[in-house]
Design a protein around this ligand. Structure first.
Ligand SMILES: Nc1nc2c(c(=O)[nH]1)N[C@H]1C(S)=C(S)[C@@H](COP(=O)(O)O)O[C@H]1N2
Ligand SMILES: [Mo]
Length: 165
């Protein structure tokens, strides 16, 4: 009886310290055919906001059908994916508004597509284009990057990427 009480209080005493070290909520989760996992619970490679903002960035100055010419900044998508051990295949992007669209690896290489976190020096807002937006250098490749397929690959509000075959 006494032992049970002691174990019970030890278990309760352990709770506050567990609660005080929560995993930071992931900004971006990469799943599917990935070569590196950093979250064993979900079998994914997760970026916190801090991890993501540490990646080297590229800037693209372009207009989009929805925004005037502005400077977008973020890491190259090939670098984001390489961190998760992905070097080929089709990526399926998923968003806060549950839109989903594929981008082939070849596009990432050909155009140097970035996963923008900022526009004109401002962190993208989750209510509109944030947290992350796939940006192609559209104004630099006008002929190829106008039309419905290219436009469907300007994916805003990205929070998940699934790597496929
Ligand atoms: N997050 C998110 N990104 C998105 C979409 C969307 O609904 N949600 N629509 C896509 C498609 S199909 C196109 S053509 C363009 C424009 O979508 P619109 O019809 O909302 O203008 O954005 C693309 N990116
Ligand atoms: Mo579209």
């Amino acid at each position: 009886m006494k032992r049970r009480l002691l174990l019970g209080s030890m278990a309760i005493a352990a709770l506050p310290s567990m609660a005080s070290t929560p995993q930071p909520k992931a900004l971006l989760t990469v799943s599917g055919r990935i070569g590196r996992v950093n979250n064993k619970t979900t079998d994914t490679y997760d970026f916190s906001e801090a991890d993501f903002l540490k990646l080297a960035t590229t800037s693209i100055t372009t207009g989009t059908p929805w925004t005037p010419t502005s400077v977008f900044v973020g890491p190259l998508l090939v670098d984001v994916m390489r961190a998760a051990g992905v070097t080929s295949g089709t990526l399926t992007f998923k968003t806060l508004d549950d839109y989903s669209a594929p981008i082939p690896w070849e596009d990432l290489v050909r155009y140097g597509v970035i996963l923008a976190h900022s526009q004109d020096g401002q962190r993208l807002n989750n209510k509109r284009w944030g947290p992350l937006w796939t940006i192609y250098p559209r104004d630099q490749n006008s002929a190829a990057l106008r039309g419905p397929i290219a436009e469907s690959r300007f994916i805003w509000q990205v929070d998940r990427i699934e790597a496929g075959g």
